[in-house]
Design a protein around this ligand. Structure first.
Ligand code: MG
Length: 461
């Protein structure tokens, strides 16, 4: 009898210990998530992506310690749709966040629909503290603003830094090497309230960074989600005095080097707080370089065209995932895209995919944490609400092409153009005539995709 009681007591104590251990484990199992999103940074603008002139030691180190993606895509060739897709895990056509006007403007009436479940909303459900720092560009009206879309805190610009231009500003001055500080009347907002107008852009990167680091320090007990969307290197370009005139690539290089410093500050703060091993950091860009800005627009490296285009340079962007101890250093050629971050973060947090919502991204956990190959899947290149191209494996097929800027109408291709991106990443040699079977396979993928798309109510008109 006594023995049974002792046994029972020991068993009870053991159960308590196990329960305690489980509790510790389950909280430790909820990693923090940080997305650092550059604006108009091209495929060729970082040292680790081959830039011979811009110094990015912090991003290079992040890439060396994490996974660097050679074939990572933004979900759109321009800003607002790309952000909508990043935060919803869905092609912008589904949320209506695309159209002829290309992006949202200060006088647009639409915005990210309240019914869309953003990553911030999904993670908040699992107890995450959430913050947005930087550019928003997903709407300024009720229902679409950061605090309406799942963020506890927000600090930054409501749209691009070249919007709200001052009357009389010389045309093209947004691409000037010395843009006027007060040339754009864009406001700086904290939690929806204007705290500065025009925003002093010279110190924006530094102030965004301070805000991001403060949030990390305050929420270090976790879990937290930080969406850090930089304003630069979108023109007009500004850099703080510590970076101005320091790079070999003019003000564009200065702005990118300051952005690199900022990434270093964020990663250092994670190391200092001892939470680097429990924080997934994803770095990428919203679209390719804005080439019509000349020296003020970045470089797509070997890729064709840039921002605004469905040629590779418009949508293939740097992509780096970092989580020391969990992610083993690697370079992957696996085709991935910004919509994958949503389901990846959801899976890490233990959240279910939202019921009844068609997601276009895939959970990257097998690739990130186990170095596994992902199943082959197609990627679709939209310009506005029009499907222009599709990639499957190394093959890319264009039905329509149009330069990012300057070509007024798209050119249709029947039969489509076909490029092998492995052998021809610059899309120079159309080999459609030699590969009708490949065309048929890509066409089948396109047909299946199109049949499953229900376009959302257009938000940009
Ligand atoms: Mg952009």
């Amino acid at each position: 009898m006594i023995r049974t009681l002792i046994k029972g007591g020991a068993c009870f104590a053991l159960t308590l210990v196990l329960l305690g251990a489980m509790r510790v484990d389950s909280s430790a199992a909820k990693p923090n998530v940080i997305i650092i999103f550059a604006d108009d940074l091209g495929y060729g603008d970082l040292g680790c992506y081959g830039s011979p002139i811009i110094r990015t030691p912090n991003l290079d180190r992040m890439a060396a310690e994490g996974i660097r993606f050679t074939d990572f895509y933004s979900a759109s060739e321009v800003c607002s749709p790309s952000r909508a897709a990043l935060l919803t895990g869905r092609y912008p056509i589904r949320s209506g966040m695309c159209g002829n006007r290309r992006v949202l403007f200060p006088n647009s009436e639409g915005g990210l629909p309240a019914a869309e479940i953003t990553l911030a909303e999904a993670l908040k459900e699992k107890g995450y503290a959430t913050a947005h720092v930087g550019k928003w560009h997903l709407g300024i009206h009720e229902g679409s603003r950061p605090l309406d879309q799942g963020f506890d805190h927000s600090f930054g610009l409501p749209y691009s830094n070249d919007m709200d231009g001052r009357a009389g500003l010389p045309k093209g001055s947004s691409g000037s090497a010395t843009p006027p500080e007060d040339g754009w009347n864009v406001p700086l907002l904290r939690d929806g309230e204007i705290i500065e107008q025009p925003a002093v852009q010279t110190t924006l990167t530094r102030r965004y960074t301070e805000e991001a680091v403060k949030f990390i320090q305050e929420k270090k007990e976790g879990p937290f989600f930080l969406y850090f969307a930089h304003t630069f290197p979108h023109v007009p370009l500004f850099a703080s005095p510590a970076f101005k005139d320091k790079s070999r690539a003019g003000i564009f290089g200065d702005a990118v080097e300051e952005l690199d410093w900022s990434v270093g500050q964020v990663l250092d703060s994670l190391r200092k707080e001892g939470i680097a091993e429990n924080t997934l950091v994803f770095f990428t860009s919203d679209n390719g370089p804005w080439l019509i800005m000349g020296n003020q627009g970045g470089s797509a490296g070997p890729l064709k065209d840039g921002k605004g285009s469905t040629w590779e340079g418009g949508m293939r962007v740097p992509g780096i995932a970092w989580m020391p101890g969990r992610i083993k250093p690697a370079v992957t050629t696996m085709m991935t895209n910004a919509m994958d971050i949503y389901p990846t973060a959801l899976a890490l947090s233990g959240a279910e995919k939202p019921a009844g919502v068609k997601l276009d991204g895939e959970d990257l956990a097998p690739l990130l944490f186990e170095a596994k190959t992902l199943p082959e899947r197609p990627f679709f290149y939209y310009r506005g609400d029009q499907l222009f191209a599709c990639r499957l494996g190394e093959w890319k097929m264009h039905f329509k092409t149009q330069t990012g800027y300057g070509q007024p109408k798209p050119e249709s291709h029947t039969p489509p153009l076909l490029f092998h991106l492995g052998r021809d990443p610059s899309e120079k040699r159309d080999v459609a005539a030699d590969h009708p079977e490949v065309i048929a396979r890509l066409q089948a993928a396109v047909d299946a995709h199109v049949a499953g798309v229900v376009p959302g109510k257009p938000q940009f008109e």
